[in-house]
Design a protein around this ligand. Sequence first.
Ligand code: 8ID
Ligand code: ZN
Length: 354
Amino acid sequence: TVPATQTAAIVAERGGSIVVKTDHPVKSQAQLAPGECLVKLHCTSVCHTDLHAAFGDWPLEAETPLIGGHEGVGEIVAIGEHTTESPVKIGDRVGIKWLADSCLNCEQCRKGREQNCDQAKLSGFTVDGTFSQYVVSYVRHVTPIPDGFDSNAAASILCAGLTVYRALKYSQTSPGDWVVLPGAGGGLGHLAVQYAKYMGLRVIAIDTGAEKKELCQGLGADLWIDFKESKDIVADIKRATGGDGAHSAVVTAASGAGYQQAIEYLRKGGTLMAVGLPGKATLDASIFFTVFKSISILGSYVGNRQDAREALDIAARGGVKCHYAVRKLGDLQDIYEELKKGTISGRVVVDMTK
Ligand code: 8ID
Ligand code: ZN
């Protein structure tokens, strides 16, 4: 049976701190609209986006008060009455991603860019997210979790994994090509190293510190560059790639600095794939060399329902493994501070069953 109240971490106002409440209401089955489902969460991981949202870093404003979180895994315990054509049923284990819902009927949705739908609902940004014991989501957009795939291991695939999987898929690279990954030791980045290796790419991991170095090298990065120690990142990359530069850069750094020099270290015909979301930074790229070198500059924003299934499928078969520490909801504020400082390697998963 579903309780009337639950524990939830609430952002009361933009830029404010998180308040963990133990008596937050849970919607009853009768309160669910058609198409909505209630998911009892097993766990949820923490994405850098959650703190951009909580601290108000972006030019878009998050709803407040709101529950953050968009990498949740749990079990469907109720489905709204009069729901037609539900691809999931009560008892199914599903994932909640950033894109909670989209209309599936506009030009963007029809073209497979569901994340660009004008009606998109965003978990932990425009609708309550997963830092709670129960979350209301949408039957047509929740992602089935493959049988036998551990919930904690699956959680970060719902945003970090899916996002870098899609970004690499559209990075215009082929097996054997060199990809540079600034931010490689973070949540998105360490999964990008693995999806890239899975796709047959050669990886240049850029981040900082001994722990992230060990993580990236352990995951098979072909070259490690510490951005705080390197005297010349462009020269390091050119040397490693036989003088030509890399075929692509998939930037998951949460800072504008992570984007600098990409046009310089990409080879002719190379692709800069923007993923990391510093709120105010601009891309400082030479127009002349972007044209002269035939560089493509692309943005990649999470992914659609199919990207989510593909990213999960690869992870469930052991192709990539999230490296995470398990912590509790009461630590969320501390986790945000640590992410801001850059001291977390890989991901943090919050266990919602305790
Ligand atoms: O759909 C999208 N495009 C999407 C989806 C999910 C997340 C975008 N994001 C965004 C987040 O909002 C955030 O801005 O991607 C960024 C990274 O998210 P994350 O992986 O969850 O953050 P993290 O774990 O803190 O990792 C960031 C890493 O970047 C490194 C840090 O050391 C950290 O390991 N980094 C920084 I900050 N500056 C760097 C630099 N100049 C750098 N690495 C290399 N060079
Ligand atoms: Zn995210």
